[in-house]
Write a protein that binds this ligand. Structure first.
Ligand code: ATP
Ligand code: MG
Length: 169
């Protein structure tokens, strides 16, 4: 269905508020004005967004920073590997979740999308988890015509970005 990104995000962020407060993390949400609606499944897109946000919270130390941004992404700004198979002429909304957490080594940027894969990091035990989250999220977002990828610097932080197609008029 046709969905408003602002509605999806306010519900996802609302559910995460208590944990963010508990971890004393600095949080910001910025939605570009006049975002077009996306074409997606509300439950599935919530699942994707809440997985990525809960990872950012878990893998960022207490007192760290998390920011969520929604904006229309220029197709040229999508990494070329992720651009493969996207429909020509389609517009996309991006959701970028940036954290100041433990980071992910370049050798593991693809592995984190494998089922049960968890990196060694100082918050691994405390964070808990099965390593299934991202392995479920990637096919879901792809089935909805989107993509997900990450950029990261170890010990500095990670940004997960996912894109969703804009609803046709
Ligand atoms: P689950 O989601 O099943 O509860 P999980 O969070 O460990 O468990 P995924 O969401 O699939 O599993 O993430 C896989 C791994 O990728 C994590 O265990 C962690 O090592 C790494 N990871 C994911 N997000 C981040 C992040 N924002 N910063 C650092 N590492 C991350
Ligand atoms: Mg997870």
């Amino acid at each position: 269905a046709r969905l408003m990104v602002a509605d999806v995000m306010s519900s996802v962020v609302g559910n995460a508020r208590a944990e963010i407060t508990q971890r004393q993390q600095e949080f910001s949400l910025s939605l570009a004005p006049n975002l077009p609606n996306i074409w997606s499944d509300i439950e599935r897109i919530r699942q994707v967004a809440s997985n990525v946000l809960s990872n950012a919270i878990k893998y960022t130390p207490n007192g760290g920073k998390i920011s969520v941004k929604a904006f229309e992404i220029n197709v040229n700004d999508i990494p070329s590997k992720q651009r493969e198979g996207l429909q020509v002429g389609r517009r996309y909304i991006a959701l970028a979740v940036q954290d100041s957490g433990v980071g992910i080594d370049p050798s593991e940027h693809e592995k984190v999308f494998d089922r049960f894969y968890r990196t060694e990091n100082p918050l691994k035990i405390e964070a808990g988890g099965t390593g299934l989250g991202l392995s479920l999220v990637r096919p879901l977002i792809q089935l909805m015509g989107g993509r997900i990828w990450l950029e990261s610097v170890v010990n500095q932080g990670t940004t997960f970005t996912f894109i969703m197609p804009v609803a046709a008029d």
